[in-house]
Write a protein that binds this ligand. Structure first.
Ligand code: AKG
Ligand code: FE2
Length: 381
């Protein structure tokens, strides 16, 4: 159906390369990492300008690290009214004050989370030629990120459209023959589970704002749009000058991240970078731009980045979750009052995405530039 096409074009481009503007001539990052194992220099394209270099190392945990909320979802469906209310309050606080939090007892089986990261790692550890078979234009494998203007992430990705019109079988069918069936089945099982978590979170989020429980989730139940992206950060000989992923805010509604135990995710709060500590069997959740606007700015989408280390590869699996392309996200009048004037106009994912695509990885620019009522449309768009 035509709507699916529109959706597919919009959604897939969110997380992967837009049409190249200027391409940088770089090697596959996996190959580069192996070739440079004991090197003291890396190609210029990976050397970030002073202001972008990571000032906090991948394991630079601080007192603020331990303030990032960790919410226990154990009683979210079975608990008493009081227990459930406590979870709702915790989620509300996390989304308003931090825009980032971790969840445990979320219901996704631990062995499934682990298997997904093992299979993802196995994929990236194949020879470059085998991985490149899974390069499908704007989706699938990307080992160079050469579309970035001038500077490049030290990162390989495998982006799979997982809803509503999945393409993961098309992508994986041409590669990883030895474990293909298990990989496809594991991703499918994971998506099934993680969507359930996403819906629960959206309900708790709505309740924390005193909105009807299904206020957000009803736009996801039938045709949500999702991409599941594996991010693989090979060891980098000079982690103090390179970046795994540039500072950005996710354009989606929510992102749920399953990461291994290495560490490297950092979030920006009050101008300072804070390392997120990997916690076993725990998922990281963040508010995306759309949810910030949809909640009239009550929830915050937060800038984050991934930094590198010189010893161990790191894998994370991001599940990017948005409503179907044509769902209209209108901030509810309940969230508008004298101290919270109406900030954003109604918009759809299909409308937001193409604008964002041009400004990806430039920190947090998108939502206020494009959807704020008091912002003059950027003339460059
Ligand atoms: O790998 C990470 O920790 C962050 C991933 C991320 O921010 C993304 O894929 O948008
Ligand atoms: Fe992100």
């Amino acid at each position: 159906m035509a709507e699916d096409r529109i959706w597919r074009e919009h959604m897939t481009g969110v997380l992967v390369a837009p049409k190249p503007r200027r391409t940088v001539n770089v090697d596959n990052v996996g190959n580069l990492s192996v070739g440079l194992m004991n090197a003291t220099a890396i190609p210029d394209a990976y050397v970030q300008p002073e202001g972008l270099r990571p000032d906090v190392p991948y394991d630079g945990y601080s007192a603020e690290t331990d303030q990032i909320p960790v919410v226990d979802l154990h009683n979210s469906s079975t608990g008493t009214v009081e227990e459930r209310q406590r979870i709702i309050n915790d989620i509300g606080y996390a989304c308003k004050e931090w825009g980032f939090f971790q969840i445990h007892n979320h219901g996704v089986p631990n062995r499934l989370m682990q298997r997904l990261t093992e299979l993802g790692t196995r994929f990236f550890q194949m020879p470059a030629a085998e991985k490149e078979k899974a390069a499908f234009g704007q989706v699938g494998y990307e080992g160079r990120h050469a579309y970035m203007p001038e500077r490049v992430h030290w990162l390989e990705t495998l982006a799979l459209v997982t809803g509503p019109d999945p393409n993961l079988e098309d992508i994986l069918r041409v590669t990883c023959a030895d474990y293909r069936e298990e990989f496809i089945a594991t991703v499918n099982e994971y998506i099934h589970e993680i969507q359930k978590v996403g819906l629960v979170l959206l309900e708790l989020m709505a309740e924390s704002l005193a909105l009807e429980k299904s206020f957000f989730s009803k736009h996801f139940e039938k045709y949500s749009t999702s991409v599941t992206r594996f991010n693989y950060y090979p060891p980098c000989p000079l982690p103090s000058v390179a970046l795994g992923l540039f500072p950005h805010a996710d354009p989606t509604c929510i992102t749920i991240l399953n990461q291994d135990d290495i560490g490297g995710l950092q979030i920006r709060k009050d101008g300072r970078w804070i390392s997120v500590r990997p916690l076993k069997d725990t998922l990281v959740v963040n508010v995306g731009d759309c949810l910030q606007a949809w909640t009239n700015g009550h929830f915050k989408s937060v800038e984050h980045r991934a930094v590198l280390n010189s010893v161990k590869p790191r894998l994370s699996v991001a599940f990017f979750y948005s409503p179907y392309a044509q769902a209209v996200m209108t901030p509810p009048m309940k969230l508008v009052d004298e101290s919270h004037p109406l900030l954003y106009r109604a918009f759809t994912w299909a409308e937001y995405f193409p604008r964002m695509q041009k400004r990806r990885m430039e920190g947090k620019v998108g939502i206020d530039t494009f959807m704020r009522l008091d912002h003059k449309e950027d003339s460059a768009i």
